[in-house]
Design a protein around this ligand. Sequence first.
Ligand code: NI
Length: 168
Amino acid sequence: MALLTILEYPDPRLRTKARPVTAFDAELRQRIEDMFETMYAAPGIGLAASQIDWHHQLIVMDLTEDRSGRQVFINPEILSKEGSAAGEEGCLSVPGIYDDVPRAERISARWQDADGQWQQQSLDGLLAVCLQHEMDHLDGKLFVDYLSELKRQRIRKKLDKERRSRTA
Ligand code: NI
């Protein structure tokens, strides 16, 4: 297993649109393992392949505290959305920043699992919000895109300052 580097805002590679996953093979399974390890180490509850510079439609997630709820979403699609849920979000690619983002409260989604089998489910709560956040990544979008330009400027300055002090 390997820890992968997580790209950080405003890295332009985070803007890449992910292509569908077509090969459900050992290489994909290894990548999923590495992504879980990277996400747990960060620590975080969700990670999209875009964030580790692999631009295919793959998301890993675990919303539990004891790492018992591993979920994999491949080639996900949202079939319908309902209601609104504005909550505070954070992102491993925008470390230390949290802000409110408007999301649908309930979604119906379908996706393939690690074996390529299609799954379909209605999701709500944190799971629904988290999947919408991660699917944005696959589309080259970040949660800070929902904020004002002024806020984004402040965030870029803050992250830049932190990166400089990390390497100093
Ligand atoms: Ni994120």
